[in-house]
Write a protein that binds this ligand. Structure first.
Ligand code: BTN
Length: 259
C-alpha cells in the first residue's frame, strides 16, 4: 500500500497554477481517466480539469494497447482546449513536464523516446496518450493522459521488467506521487502559456530526445522504416535517414532503438 495519501484537496492546495489542476476529480478506481476526462470535457468541464485514478480497470495505451495501473503509480488526464496550431506541441509539453517533474522530485535524469515515452536508463517509466476532439478546424478539447510508474516493484512484474522501470526502483525508496503530480501540473501550465503566447517548446524537446543519432526501426502501420534517426520536425515528426541516403518523415510509429 502506498504511503502517500493522494486526494484532490492535497493536489490543489496552494498549487501555483492559474487553471491546470485547480479542479481535480480523484477516483480510487475507474475505467480509464481518458474516458472520464472525455465525458467531463463534453459536459463543458473547465480547461485544466484533472482526472486522477488510484486504479484503472480499462487503462488504455497507444495503438489500442492496454495500460495497467497498479496501486502506487500515477494515472491522470488533463483536459485542455488549445488552438489547433498547438496540437503538435502537446506531446512536447507533456513529455517535458514529465521529465522536469521527475528530475526535480527525485534528481533522476529522464529522457524522451520519440514519440510518447519517457525513459530512465533506457527503460520506460512513463507513457503518454493524447486524444483530441475536433470539429472542422476547431478543437473542442484535448485530453492529455499520463501514466508514470512511481512506486512499483518491477521484480513483481517479470514480463515487463526488462523494458520498464519505476521511480522507486531507480531511487531505492518510495517517492511522493503528490509531489510529482503537483510539479507536473505546474510545469504543464508554464509550457502551455509559452505555446499560447506563440512561443515554442521544440528545441528543448529535441534536446531531450534519446532517439536522435541512434539506429532505429520504426513501425508505422504496416510499413517498417530502418535507418538513423536524424532529427525531428517542428510538427513533432521523426526524420529517418535510410541506408540508401533517403530521408523519411514519420508522423507516428513504434520505435525500437539500436545504438
Ligand atoms: C502508452 O505508452 O502507450 C501510453 C500510455 C498512457 C497511459 C495513461 S495512464 C492515464 C491515462 N489513462 C489511460 O487510460 N491511459 C493514459
Amino acid at each position: 500500500m502506498a504511503k502517500d495519501n493522494l486526494s484532490a484537496e492535497a493536489i490543489t492546495r496552494d498549487l501555483e497554477t492559474v487553471f491546470i489542476g485547480q479542479r481535480v476529480l480523484y477516483f480510487s478506481s475507474l475505467t480509464s481517466t481518458m474516458e472520464i476526462a472525455g465525458e467531463q470535457a463534453r459536459q463543458g468541464a473547465a480547461e485544466g480539469t484533472v482526472i486522477i485514478a488510484g486504479e484503472q480497470t480499462e487503462g488504455r495505451g497507444r495503438l489500442r494497447r492496454a495500460w495497467v495501473t497498479p496501486e502506487g503509480n500515477i494515472a491522470l488526464s488533463v483536459i485542455l482546449r488549445p488552438e489547433l496550431s498547438c496540437l503538435p506541441s502537446l506531446i512536447m509539453l507533456a513529455s517535458l513536464a514529465v521529465v522536469g517533474s521527475i528530475e526535480s522530485v527525485t534528481g533522476l535524469r529522464a529522457q524522451i523516446k520519440w514519440p510518447n515515452d519517457v525513459l530512465i536508463g533506457g527503460k520506460k517509466v512513463c507513457g503518454i496518450l493524447i486524444e483530441n476532439d475536433l470539429q472542422g478546424n476547431r478543437v473542442n478539447y484535448s485530453v492529455v493522459g499520463i501514466g508514470i510508474d512511481v512506486n512499483l516493484r518491477l521484480a513483481d512484474f517479470p514480463k515487463i521488467q526488462p523494458i520498464a522501470t519505476s521511480l522507486s526502483d531507480e531511487l531505492g525508496g518510495e517517492v511522493s506521487r503528490l509531489e510529482v503530480i503537483r510539479r507536473l501540473l505546474v510545469a504543464m501550465e508554464r509550457s502551455y502559456f509559452v505555446l499560447s503566447e506563440g512561443g515554442s517548446l521544440y528545441e528543448e524537446w529535441r534536446d531531450n530526445l534519446v532517439t536522435l543519432g541512434k539506429n532505429v526501426r520504426v513501425k508505422e502501420g504496416d510499413s517498417v522504416h530502418e535507418g538513423v534517426a536524424e532529427t525531428v520536425g517542428q510538427d513533432g515528426s521523426l526524420l529517418v535517414r535510410g541506408a540508401d541516403g533517403g530521408l523519411t518523415k514519420i508522423v507516428a510509429g513504434d520505435v525500437s532503438l539500436g545504438n
